[in-house]
Design a binder for this molecule. Structure first.
Ligand code: ZN
Length: 398
């Protein structure tokens, strides 16, 4: 089992909202997992990375992406988006529905078709797993008439979520509630489009009333994707429900600010999760996950550690993942990063508090280097980590 040591760490972000930073100066990885903080001996490691005072942060989790077919997204007719998001520091992504298949007629979706679409999309990410990115696809667009057998197929395809997007809630609320239950019985979570209609023009409008009786596992983009629910509904969702609430890059900044400040005032930052809601009409945003963190820290009053924890530990937990928290036994998914030359920040925390994008040098997924030396998507940080000795997993780094 390959052993990796990262030492000379400047700041250490845990991803855990309960204790967002720890005074960890070195980190031992064994195989795919974090083994130990501050090991007594620095001998006997296959790979040794001198972080040069850079920060270690958990790999960011984008809780809301719209994949279709591997690296290709027809929404903006572009190729390579998954790898570009990885170079922006995102190591895990969760599909919020695969609705962008060219020519798909949203008026003629059937239970078999949406289930098959989810299976096909999930199957196009085999090569992504080989490159390390954890993209959980296979999120079906729920339609009336589904049976438990459809949910069995989705679970077998490895899906993490099902999505209420085009679902006609007025038709039969009992059926929608049954879907939430069937999903949970198979370890899947249900996510609901909220706010006004999206680019398709046919997604269902959803605010407090539907959420209150549906009780989904996660309310998607409560600040809009792109159009938010009204302020009164937003306040009631925060005050009168308990499930995780997601904010996305596609949303309304004022509603996002309102929601975050209200969650902070209620002491319920633990409910907040993040996503980009891309690729889509908002575009392709490789640095989108970091931009969400910067918005929370520089505009919404969160500490840098809290903002990073929302983007990692909170979002991972809401989707039932082990990823997002750096602790012994957890997956070794992390990034080395620091302030960029010219940034107002002397440390990563300073830079993030000021709203400055950090520079990324290395990204590890399951203990393996998938970005090494320089991110394609961020400026280089002022500090320059070096890999002093190099084990097999690092020699094959991209
Ligand atoms: Zn979406």
């Amino acid at each position: 089992m390959e052993r990796v040591l990262i030492h000379n760490i400047g700041e250490f972000y845990t991803g855990d909202l309960a204790e967002p930073m720890k005074p960890v100066r070195s980190l031992a990885i064994e195989g795919t997992r974090i083994a130990e903080f501050d090991p007594v001996s620095h001998e006997g490691f296959d790979t040794v990375i001198d972080a040069d005072g850079c920060a270690v942060v958990p790999g960011l989790i984008d809780g809301h992406v719209h994949p279709v077919a591997g690296e290709w997204t027809p929404t903006q007719d572009a190729i390579g988006w998954v790898g570009n998001y990885l170079h922006g520091g995102t190591t895990t992504m969760l599909s919020a529905g695969e609705l962008h298949m060219p020519g798909l007629d949203y008026g003629r979706l059937t239970p078999d078709l949406v289930t098959s679409l989810a299976e096909v999309t999930a199957s196009t990410f085999g090569s992504q797993r080989a490159s390390g990115v954890k993209l959980h696809a296979g999120t079906a667009l729920l339609v009336p008439g589904m049976t438990e057998a459809h949910f069995d197929r989705l679970a077998a395809a490895g899906a993490k979520l099902v999505k209420f997007l085009f679902y006609p809630f007025a038709l039969d609320p009992d059926e929608a509630r049954r879907y939430v239950r069937w999903a949970r019985e198979r370890g899947l979570r249900s996510k609901v489009h909220t706010g006004g209609v999206s680019r398709s023009g046919v997604s269902q409008i959803c605010g407090f009333e539907i959420l209150s009786w549906l009780q989904p596992d996660i309310a998607a983009h409560i600040s809009g994707g792109p159009i938010p629910m009204c302020d009164e509904d937003l306040d009631r969702v925060i005050d009168e429900t308990e499930f995780p609430l997601e904010i996305c890059s596609s949303g309304n900044y004022a509603s996002g600010h309102r929601a975050v400040r209200r969650l902070v005032a209620r002491g319920r930052l633990d409910r907040l999760t993040l996503g980009s809601d891309t690729p889509g009409g908002t575009g392709i945003i490789p640095r989108g996950a970091w931009r969400n963190v910067l918005f929370l820290a520089s505009m919404c009053g969160l500490s840098p550690g809290e903002a990073i924890a929302v983007a990692t530990g909170n979002t991972g937990r809401a989707h039932g993942l082990q990823e997002g928290i750096l602790a012994p036994g957890r997956p070794a998914d992390l990034a080395l990063c620091g302030p960029v030359e010219g940034s107002a920040g002397r440390s990563l925390g300073d830079a993030v508090a000021h709203g400055d994008l950090p520079g990324i040098t290395h990204v590890l997924i399951d203990g393996r280097a998938v970005v090494s030396g320089r991110s394609r998507q961020t400026p280089p940080p002022r500090l320059r980590p070096v890999v002093a000795c190099c084990g097999p997993n690092f020699r094959t780094a991209l």
